[in-house]
Structures are given as C-alpha cells and as structure tokens.
Design a protein around this ligand. Structure first.
Ligand code: NAD
Ligand code: MG
Length: 399
C-alpha cells in the first residue's frame, strides 16, 4: 500500500525560507503535496509557484499587490483558489486537510497563523522566530493544548533539537547549557566607531547565509541572536542563564548542547537552510535535502570567540537586550520585537542610522509599560502599541 503524501501549507512561500522549502518539497513529490501558499508582495513569484506546485489555495496577504492574480491564474488554466487578506492565513494554517504548516512569514505578522496551526494540532515548522518571541508562553500553551508538534527551523534551534535526547522530560535534568553559535555577520571585525556610517546594502551582505533583508540586518546588529536566545528559552524551557552565545565565523557548527557531565554535542553542516527544513519535514526520519556534504579536507579550521571583549560589547550592544527582556514583565519580549521591526524598517528606508536601531530598541524596552494580557487580541494590541511607541522615537531621530 502506498502512503498518502503529507499535505503542507507554506506561509511566506515567496521569501528565502519559502523558496528553499519548495525546493526540498519538489525533491519528494510522492511524500509531500502543497496544499496552500502565501505571499505578500512578490506576486509574480507567487503566480509561478502556483503553476509549479498547484496548491488548492493561495493567500495574497496584501490585496493591493494581488489585483490580477486570480485572472492570471484562471487564464493559465490553474484551479488554485485565491484568498485575500491575513485572516485567510489562519484558515489555510488550520484547515482540516492540512498535515503540516511551514511558518516562514517574517515578523509578528505571522503570529496569528502560527497560533491557528498550533490550536489545530498541526506539525508546525517554525522559521518565523518573531512569532514565538512575541507570543512567548502564550504560543507554547497553544502548542500544548492543541497537541501540535512544534519543530524549529532556525538552524541553531534545529541543531540544538538534534543534539538533545528525544525524551523532552529529560531536558531539565541533563542539560547544563545550550550554546548558540553566531557568525558575527558582516561587521564582526569592523571598528564599532564606524558603524554609524553603514548602509542597508552593507548590512544585508551576509558573509555566509543568503536571507531576507530583515533577518540580514538583524544578523548585522546581532539582534537576530538576541531573538534566538528568546526563541531558545521558550522552545526548550531553560532558564535564560543557561543560554550562551559564541561567535563562530565559519557557520559550520550550527549550535551545541553542553550536558551536566560537560560532554558537548554539536550539529554540523554547510550553511544551507534546506538542511534544517528537510529535517523538520521528515523528522524523526531524514530525507535528501539538496544540501552539499561538508568537505573536511577543504576546511581551513573552525574558530570560536566569546562576547566578553569590550570591543564586541560596543559592536553588538543589542545582544544583552534578550536577557533584559526575558528578565522583565511578561510581554517584554514582544515589546523588544516590535521596536526592532520598526527600527529595522526605518533603517532600510534610510530614515535612521544603523547604530540608532539599538537606540530605538533599548529606549522602547526601557520606556514602554507592559500591561496585563491574556488573549491573542491582547498580545496583538501590545505589539501595536509598542510599535507606535518605537515609531515616535524613530520620528525624533529621523533625518
Ligand atoms: P523574506 O523576507 O525572504 O520572506 C518573508 C516572507 O513573508 C515572504 O513570503 C513575504 O511575502 C512574507 N511577508 C512579509 N511581510 C508580510 C506580512 N506583513 N504579512 C504576511 N506575509 C508577509 O524572509 P526570510 O529570510 O525567508 O525569513 C522568514 C522568517 O524565517 C523570518 O522570521 C526569519 O527570521 C526566519 N529565518 C530565516 C532564515 C533564512 O535563512 N532566511 C534563517 C532562519 C530563520
Ligand atoms: Mg538562526
């Protein structure tokens, strides 16, 4: 008897993770079938993805960008149905015919659909780290009560998950700490005094990974690692004091777990997101991913640097905000994320300087008061209010 293919919704299919996901899926046509796709802007890419993967639904979240998608698809003989707006994301994430959801939207815009997939008990492949940073324990509760399977796609968290014992009840007693590796981004050795002159193009030119613009800027400021520290806290349920970050410029060791006996397990591979994506899709099995094998004979060496030097602290002041936010009132991680989304967008728009991203983030985290919240609506309202606060700070700084 042949098995039915697993049906998957890919949210954010036009982005870097989305395109890599479709690449892996196309290698296994008997194993997976695309149920739905979504995109915000690049409608031409979304159109051609629909013709190639023939999903039942496509969601265009920005209706203004998708004006003629429906008629173009119809003219091309496609049977894919077009849905418009963000509410439709929840629908295709929680649809009863869906087995898995790849959450590859960037930013808090992906939170609601992640919660919908979690509540519906899906296998949820999480690339959209901001959703977990914003949703925090509310997100993890939805995973538990929905009986969903949450698998990390971020390469560091996939590496940690692969290094941990499968029995998660053991984690609190066997893990001493988890060690997230960071490449250091494009400015690892740059004089901190010159960071104010950095352009968006320089910030987006990552030495090892090819990614969307927002995460590329986050990698340059090290805010990406701050978000990953928060992500790790919620995913693995460890005290923030047990999370370390170390610079590893080659991006070969994707992260490590140190156990209580001081044995360390690491996961290695070339920097190619199709590795963690294929692992999430196939777990607990493994499948071909399209990723090259590591060539140990060509490897010049693996090196590691700590963050302790005053120069690294001046270069990457944003990293410590992760622990500040985790130590603050619940919801502080959502505030930090909101500030960072606003500040990065303003930097990419050349309205504020690169170093002012941290100014906005630190001042918002410090100055914005977090009230009580109990529902998804409350969290979305908190996100909205923190964005408005950060936007005011941006206006004060804007050139
Ligand atoms: P990207 O910018 O390339 O793609 C983002 C996707 O989200 C696109 O499909 C876009 O259309 C959609 N989108 C953007 N704004 C939206 C909105 N307001 N509403 C709905 N959809 C919207 O980003 P990416 O690099 O693919 O990253 C996606 C997520 O994965 C991010 O959270 C990022 O931090 C995480 N991630 C990415 C990488 C990587 O290598 N690119 C690695 C680890 C984690
Ligand atoms: Mg990562």
């Amino acid at each position: 008897m042949t098995e039915q293919p697993q049906r998957i919704t890919v949210l954010g299919s036009t982005g870097s993770i989305g395109v890599n996901t479709l690449d892996v899926l196309a290698r296994h046509p008997h194993r997976f079938a695309v149920f739905a796709l979504s995109g915000h802007s690049r409608i031409d890419v979304l159109f051609s993805q629909c013709l190639t993967h023939q999903p039942q639904f496509v969601v265009a979240t920005d209706p203004r960008a998708a004006t003629n998608l429906e008629s173009r698809l119809a003219a091309a003989g496609s049977r894919t149905r077009v849905l418009l707006g963000h509410d439709a994301l929840d629908e295709v994430a929680a649809h009863p015919d869906v087995d898995m959801v790849m959450a590859a939207i960037v930013g808090a815009a992906g939170l609601s659909s992640c919660i919908a997939a979690a509540r519906a008990g899906k296998r949820l492949l999480l690339a959209n780290k901001e959703a977990l940073v914003v949703g925090g324990s509310f997100f993890m509760d939805a995973v538990r009560t929905g009986n969903a399977t949450l698998l990390p796609i971020d390469s560091e968290h996939s590496a940690i998950f692969q290094s941990l014992p499968p029995d998660r009840t053991l984690w609190p007693s066997v893990v001493d700490k988890i060690i997230l590796t960071a490449s250091g981004g494009p400015f690892r050795t740059r004089d901190p005094a010159t960071l104010s002159a950095v352009t968006p193009e320089q910030a987006c030119a990552h030495p090892n990974w090819s990614m969307g613009r927002k995460i590329s800027v986050d990698s340059a400021t090290m805010m990406n690692k701050a978000l990953e520290v928060i992500e790790a806290k919620f995913l693995f349920g460890l005290d923030p004091s047990r999370i370390d970050v170390i610079i590893h410029p080659q991006s070969v060791v994707h992260s490590m777990v140190q156990f209580v006996d001081h044995s360390v397990l690491a996961q290695l591979g070339v920097p190619d997101m199709r590795g963690p994506i294929a692992y999430g899709l196939s777990w607990p099995q493994r499948i071909e991913s399209g990723t090259e094998a590591l060539d140990f004979s060509a490897m010049a060496g693996l090196s590691f640097e700590t963050f302790d030097s005053p120069e690294h602290q001046a270069r990457f002041p944003g990293l410590r905000l992760a622990w500040d936010a985790l130590g603050g009132a619940p919801g502080s991680t959502a505030v930090l994320n909101a500030a960072n989304e606003i500040a990065v967008a303003a930097f990419l728009d050349t309205r504020i300087r690169f170093d002012q991203i941290h100014t906005v983030n630190a001042a918002t985290l410090e100055g914005f008061f977090v009230g009580h919240f109990a529902s998804l609506q409350d969290i979305l309202a908190l996100d909205e209010a923190a964005r408005a606060y950060a936007q005011q700070l941006v206006e004060g700084l804007a050139r």
